[in-house]
Ligand binder design. Structure first.
Ligand code: 5AD
Ligand code: SF4
Length: 476
């Protein structure tokens, strides 16, 4: 077992991983000679886009080693779960699937299993794994994802579970091989970690303090993506608005966007998440003036009650949030806004909840991700008194959707009759004659077409509204 340690990552450390990838390649080649089969991998991702992008890096490293992707979990030689712990049900889902995985491993003795991501950064989880999940081969965390080749290689030589969890982040590791899921859309990290410490949130404890990537590294990655045909990029960070403050040569997020806006070949730039407390006028001007930066913003409110916001440690009031929204709408009249809302934070009264409904009615969100408050051990909110009874929370949650859905429909209805540029993403899962894509403002569009259109930006006339998406017709 490898003890918890603090990291000091150097270039040679990165080279070391490249060497381990080569060693694994040789190992897998030998295996193929003996068995006539390549070893396969399966990555399960839970949680946010940050995790989804981390999984692209895991897959990239595995494919560099010579693994091939397995369509099913049960037949894979290496299964890795990249986990989330933001709410309790995300963790329960993983424990449930691990139970099934144990059964698959009994059928396939060669199967290796790894667990990584946010869940494994918690001591309570490690204790549970040590006690009851001994069939897992490798457990690592969010700060040392890049070490997968080394851990896998060691695990091939040893029995038992290999634990490698770091307490805090080392330097940012660049140039990890990445298997992008899409040929035309890609995520790019701009910051890692979060130090806002919203009182309900576990992220600062499992993702560490905020670190910004150097602008030249980000630009280099975006340029390479553009050269490989990527049209839309999503810049990722827990709070992109505070990007660049701790760099050796500080640079604002707005300035970073302006630089990325100049990269030839990139047609759309999105970003998430924006913390309202750090949204600058410079950023609003940049969204307005940079052609490629989409007129869409994800701006989590969490609660409409200034009292609850204070106890959530969000550092803005209802009035400040609404002012910010007004500023955005004044500067960019066709902007769409989405949000995150938590229902049932400790001490939330009916009056507090009504304030949240009031914000929804005033802002008119195009989408809202709505969550029931989940108590996370180790966060300040977990110790707060007056946890709201479950039936009250459920009732509020349902009432929230009843207010929200007609508003989402209203925002979508406004699109009817307009002509929008739609980046075509995929064939609809329900109907193979239908394609789905997104307008610049992130609204989902369904229209008839064939799959050759996937990856193209097409003009589409919006003809109808279906609450959570709109219907369109191709006009060019
Ligand atoms: N309970 C419920 N929702 C939460 N979120 C973060 N922590 C919790 C929690 N403990 C939500 C917030 C955040 C989104 C990513 O997840 O709304 O913006
Ligand atoms: Fe969590 Fe708040 Fe950081 Fe978002 S800004 S990740 S909600 S602590």
């Amino acid at each position: 077992m490898i003890e918890k340690q603090n990291s000091n990552i150097t270039i040679s450390e990165v080279k070391k991983q490249q060497q381990y990838m080569q060693k694994m390649k040789a190992f897998l080649w030998d295996w193929e000679q003996k068995t006539g089969q390549k070893q396969s991998y399966f990555v399960l991702t839970t949680g946010c886009q940050m995790n989804a992008h981390d999984s692209e890096k895991l897959a990239g490293m595995l494919e560099t080693m010579g693994y091939v992707k397995s369509p099913t979990e049960e037949n894979a030689d290496f299964v890795i779960y990249n986990t989330c712990c933001i709410r309790e049900n995300a963790e329960e889902k993983v424990y449930g699937r691990l139970g099934r995985l144990k059964y698959y491993k009994k059928q396939n003795k060669n199967m290796k299993i790894a667990l990584c991501g946010c869940m494994t950064q918690q001591d309570v989880v490690i204790e549970k794994l040590q006690k009851s999940y001994k069939f897992i081969d490798i457990v690592f965390g969010t700060f040392n994802l890049y070490k997968l080749p080394e851990l896998l290689y060691h695990s091939m030589q040893t029995e038992g579970t290999l634990f490698d969890i770091w307490k805090e982040a080392g330097e940012i590791v660049e140039d990890i091989p990445t298997m992008y899921q899409s040929a035309f859309q890609a995520s790019v990290n701009v910051t890692y970690g979060c130090e806002n410490f919203c009182s309900y949130c576990i992220v600062p404890y499992v993702r560490g303090k905020e670190r910004s990537r150097k602008p030249e590294d980000i630009l280099h990655e975006v340029e390479q993506l553009a050269q490989n045909g990527i049209k839309e990029i999503m810049l990722l960070g827990q709070n992109v608005n505070s990007y660049g403050k701790n760099l050796e040569h500080p640079l604002s997020f707005a300035k970073l966007l302006q630089k990325i806006n100049q990269v030839e070949g990139i047609e759309r730039i999105r970003f998430m998440t924006s913390h309202p407390k750090d949204l600058s006028d410079e950023l609003i001007e940049t969204i307005k003036n940079c052609k490629k930066v989409c007129n869409y913003i994800h701006l989590p409110i969490q609660s409409g009650s200034s009292e609850i916001l204070k106890r959530m440690n969000r550092r803005y009031t209802k009035e400040q949030y609404l002012e910010l929204v007004q500023k955005l709408k004044n500067a960019i009249p066709d902007i769409t806004i989405s949000t995150d809302i938590i229902v049932g934070f400790p001490g939330e009264t009916e009056q507090d909840f009504q304030e949240t409904l009031d914000v929804i009615r005033q802002v008119k969100y195009c989408t809202a991700f709505t969550f029931i408050y989940s108590k996370r051990t180790g966060t300040p909110a977990a110790k707060m008194e007056q946890q709201v009874p479950e039936e009250v929370v459920k009732d509020r949650f349902n009432r929230l959707l009843q207010v929200l859905n007609p508003i989402v429909e209203e925002v979508h209805q406004k699109q009817v009759g307009t002509i929008a540029n739609v980046l075509v993403e995929e064939v609809s899962k329900q109907n193979s004659a239908i394609l789905t894509g997104r307008m610049e403002n992130n609204i989902l569009v369904h229209f008839e077409g064939n799959k050759d259109c996937i990856g193209k930006i097409l003009p589409i006339k919006i003809t109808d509204n279906k609450t959570f998406y709109v219907i369109g017709e191709r006009i060019g």
